[in-house]
Design a protein around this ligand. Structure first.
Ligand SMILES: [Zn+2]
Length: 327
């Protein structure tokens, strides 16, 4: 992971030194919604006319100020922050459709951010990642070629979750995120080529935690004390990914345990082995992230297999359509 980051940083440096811009490319024709599919609307909060790219107010946490920018300019900064900017353009373009959809879905739901006069924020605790310094020509091309495109289900923006590496099959929100609301019907597990695409030494992970770390985490999440437990078993799962674990007779949600322990150490909840020995509990697994929605390594695999961005998004969000809100 660190190696990619280094590559990204070097490329960003080269890109910013070059300072060149791509010429504006012709926009592909807008896909028509399938028969019977309702058209989605630009949220009233930012509406500036039919087929018109809105402006957004974005809080830049690093500068402590809110700036107004065009919607597509904001999406460039999101894509640059969320995906390796050296990746295939169609993978970046799929990420752009996802980012645009996420942004509009949130604005449709909440208008401005709670306690802030802005629609978006670069603080990932408040909204989604944004880093304008990492924008390069690849990112500009990916955003331009998907200009105005969003994912839609029954006239509404889809809940555009994504994760880095699902492990080979994506998750439903209930299992991957312990999501408690009505599960969106378009988020079903799909087969994903990420396991074959990612570097071999990143496919699987192993991490140990002390018994007391696990015991404290379980107590914090459930309020129940698993005591001096000697077994950790998977109580329920989906395609190999754990939903609930049973630890010393206490049931705990695997995604919540992961977040409480450390989501960079426990990379996923797709465990291939759990071993309690001595003072340690050792988890082995595959995947990195919650596994719901678009899988970035899988998107890269599909892009390398000549799938375009719209196809990629529809593979991860089946039975949804891609619509164009502005040209
Ligand atoms: Zn995947």
């Amino acid at each position: 992971m660190r190696r990619w980051l280094c590559i990204v940083l070097v490329l960003v440096l080269i890109g910013s030194l070059g300072g060149c811009r791509l010429f504006r490319r012709p926009v592909p024709p807008a896909p028509e919604p399938p028969d019977g599919e309702q058209k989605v609307e630009i949220p009233e909060e930012i509406f500036q006319g039919e087929n018109t790219e809105p402006e957004l107010r974005v809080y830049i946490a690093e500068q402590g100020q809110t700036v107004t920018m065009m919607f597509e300019e904001y999406i460039q900064g999101v894509v640059a922050a969320e995906m390796d900017t050296d990746w295939p353009v169609e993978a970046l373009a799929a990420q752009a459709i996802k980012a645009r959809t996420f942004t509009l879905q949130k604005i449709a739901e909440q208008g401005t951010l709670p306690n802030r006069d802005a629609h978006a924020s670069s603080d990932i605790q408040e909204f989604q990642a944004y880093n304008a310094e990492r924008i390069n020509d690849n990112v500009r091309e990916a955003v331009e070629k998907t200009r105005g495109l969003v994912s839609v289900y029954q006239g509404e923006f889809v809940r555009a979750w994504f994760s880095a590496y699902c492990g080979g099959s994506t998750a439903t929100p209930e299992v991957g995120l312990n999501f408690q609301g009505d599960p969106p019907p378009y988020l079903q597990p799909v087969d994903c080529p990420c396991y074959e695409t990612i570097d071999e030494d990143e496919r699987e992970w192993t991490e140990s935690f002390s018994r007391s770390q696990i015991r404290n985490a379980v107590r914090q999440i459930t309020g129940d004390d698993p005591g001096n437990f000697d077994t950790v078993t998977i109580a329920s799962e989906e395609n190999g990914r754990a939903h609930m674990l049973e630890i010393g007779g206490v049931e705990v949600s695997a995604p919540e345990l992961r977040l409480t322990l450390d989501s960079t150490e426990m990379r996923s909840t797709w465990y291939t082995d759990i071993n309690v020995a001595g003072d340690n509990v050792t988890f082995s697994g595959r995947g990195y992230g919650h596994g719901v929605g678009l899988c970035q390594w899988g998107a890269r695999g599909f892009a390398e297999d000549n799938r375009n961005a719209e196809e990629i998004v529809q593979l991860y969000f089946p039975n949804t359509s891609v619509q164009q809100l502005w040209e």
